[in-house]
Write a protein that binds this ligand. Structure first.
Ligand SMILES: NC(=O)c1ccc[n+]([C@@H]2O[C@H](COP(=O)([O-])OP(=O)(O)OC[C@H]3O[C@@H](n4cnc5c(N)ncnc54)[C@H](OP(=O)(O)O)[C@@H]3O)[C@@H](O)[C@H]2O)c1
Length: 258
């Protein structure tokens, strides 16, 4: 008698922050592995473009409005996704943005907004989805963290605080859920070429990069592609039952110099 029933072949998945970057790539890859996906973000029209491309290739996808800073929006997102595809088996919390500012120069509302999206927003999803997973004795929760947790960077203090909070929550959840059949995992990307940071003006970008270099935090100029991080997230959720990838840090490999 195996210790665990295997996962079903079709596992409804929810992805927050699916209008761009890592979230969009993760939704696309999960769908190509045969899982129906619900894509959520504030720019629902961009989620719809990704969902339409998935459906064109024969996958199952719905685009739904989602603001993780709003409890009502998260509740409606989870309800609509469940109506569309059935009880969620996989949730990927990837929604996030980045305010480039020194902690003491950031107004308290902007500081709190970073915590709202990265930490409280992830909790809003967890609180809507995990009780059902526990009742069904299986499920995968992936919380997208960042390598700023082990290596904090200047001009990102609110983001660093939020991701540290997220990792603390995930570690407590792992203990609370041990033996429930529900796996909580952290995926910690390093620098990835996405929409994040792309709205900074050239002056801000130059100042941020200069300060990072000064702290030895940008040793080479290579970035990950969002699809590469998505592949790691899919590896985490498709690990066979009985195996729990609790924390995976993903870094861009430095190119081989000729
Ligand atoms: N890029 C990197 O170098 C890097 C490194 C480490 C970790 N990460 C993490 O990876 C995750 C994905 O970021 P990314 O790099 O893929 O950036 P991205 O391309 O900017 O994607 C961020 C996504 O989050 C969504 N989002 C932002 N605020 C939201 C809200 N209130 N409610 C719902 N969705 C919201 C955005 O959609 P809307 O604007 O349409 O809502 C977008 O889909 C984030 O958690 C980020 O912290 C990124």
């Amino acid at each position: 008698m195996p210790r665990f029933a295997p996962h079903p072949e079709r596992r409804p998945a929810l992805v927050s922050g699916a209008s761009s970057g890592i979230g969009a790539a993760t939704a696309t890859l999960l769908a190509s592995a045969g899982h129906p996906v619900a894509l959520g973000a504030r720019r629902v029209e961009r989620c719809e473009q990704v969902a339409a491309a998935i459906r064109e290739r024969g996958g199952q996808a719905v685009a739904l409005p989602l603001d993780v800073a709003d409890s009502g929006s998260v509740k409606a997102f989870v309800a609509a996704a469940t109506d569309a595809h059935g009880d969620p088996e996989i949730v990927v919390s990837g929604a996030g943005d980045l305010a480039a500012a020194r902690v003491h120069e950031l107004d308290p509302e902007s500081f709190a907004a970073q915590l709202q999206v990265h930490l409280v927003g992830a909790h809003r999803l967890v609180s809507q989805v995990v009780p059902g997973m526990v009742a069904r004795a299986r499920g995968d929760v992936v919380l997208v963290s960042s390598d700023v947790v082990p290596s904090p960077r200047p001009r990102m203090g609110a983001y660093v605080a939020a991701k540290n909070g997220l990792e603390g929550m995930a570690r407590a959840m792992r203990m609370e859920l041990e033996g429930s059949g529900v796996r909580t995992s952290l995926v910690r990307p390093g620098p990835t070429l996405t929409g994040m940071g792309m709205t900074w003006d050239a002056e801000t970008t130059a100042a941020v990069l200069e300060e990072w270099v000064g702290w030895g935090l940008a040793r080479h100029p290579y970035f990950l592609e969002p699809e590469q991080v998505a592949a790691v997230i899919v590896t985490v959720v498709t690990a066979p039952r009985g195996v729990h990838l609790t924390l995976v840090e993903v870094q861009p490999e430095r190119a081989v110099e000729p």
